[in-house]
Design a protein around this ligand. Sequence first.
Ligand code: SF4
Length: 473
Amino acid sequence: MRSLVLIGHGSHLNGESAGAVYRYAELIRERGLFDEVVEGYWKEEPSLRQVLKTTASTDVTVIPMFISEGYFTETVIPREMGLGHQGPVPPEGVARVLGGKTVRYTLPYGVHSSMADVILERAREALPDLGDEGTPPTALVVLGHGTTRNENSNRVVYENAERLRHTGLFSEVEALFLDEDPKVGLWPERVRAPRVVVVPFFASEGWHTLETIPEDMGLTGAVTVFPQNPHGTQTVYYARPVGTHARIAEVILQLAEEARGTGGRGGDEDRLHAQAWAAFMTMARRGMRVGEVMITPQLGMFEVRHALDEGIPGGDLTTTVTPEGLRDHTRRDEGGHHRPVHTLRNLPRGWRAVLSETDLPRAMHALYPAIVEEGYAHQQHALRATPWATTARRQTGIYAKVQKATPEQVEHVAEDVCSGCLRTRLWASEQLPRTFFDGVPGAIPCAEACTYLVAEVREEVSGKRGSGSGHSH
Ligand code: SF4
């Protein structure tokens, strides 16, 4: 059983403050991915001290529903929940066994890399023609609260500004703050573009987003024209705060998933894994092709796009700046069909991802899971293939039937299905003398029949597979 605990600030004075946490808990509950979704609050009940006791399972993921790191996420919550941790939380989170429960405490949702895409979506809502050809230069202001109490709290605003600077969608990107330099009131001097989109990096709609910010900036509504600014006429498009975007529910789920995937590998495997990624990053820094994509280094970041989109101006492609955004763009083929096997040669075109060094590995996991590890292991002669017979023997339930498939039937289905796949079937004794690590982009090993092929073989054995159909459903 798994429990998800969302921690909010809450308020002793009004019930509104807990509203956002409550709504996200509802949204996630509806998905049914956790056995229970529980809320806990600093100033309301269940309190931080009680909340763990209220969870029924022994596997608990705790997510602070805060927009940035700071006093609450680093001091108050860990202390009150008895996590035995103080100070900055590492990217992989903190895991403890408390009273027989494994408790995983994550970073606040606001620092997750996919927040950059939420900012972009908010900006697009405020200015729908953003990035269109022929539109005037547009600046983006990411607006944070800012506080001197904890230096970490502003880092996320600067990081997001930096990510978005690389999208090429904006002529300038500024990080400004309400309570700290550079202050928001300075915007007319700092921002030159005729159009300015302002996205508040705030958790909720409230006093700051409704009153303080408009007042400090001189805004009169969603769109305000300033005819006599130092840099000429400027129009400000005021977006809604990021924290109320429906996509935050996805960010929460992503954080919970990442908190789960820790450890488990042995020494040799760990070493090979580290070497594989080191080799891959070295190639990526020089620019490389792998599978159907090309990776180009760009000012300390990496641009990933379909290799057939080479040379197309960035503005003509849909830009994402997160691994999750890349995953969303490549989930379906151009006909809108689900892509069950990522290495099938049907990667859609028309998108590009601009990613940091930390995000590139995660993006590769989303795009082509495990190919870096397997490609490298194959190059080092350390990849062991699993013959079809072994894969078939392992199948149970409705798939046990594949054990009856003749070698001819398996080959017949594989010729049809695998011919559309980039991978080379080592499990069927095909040879792959070189890999993408040797500069052959499409050379990717397949060490074991995938579940898609197994399902197709089952259809074949059942006589339900039309010959040469390639797809059973
Ligand atoms: S079995 Fe291997 S080669 Fe065939 S479709 Fe699956 S992943 Fe591709």
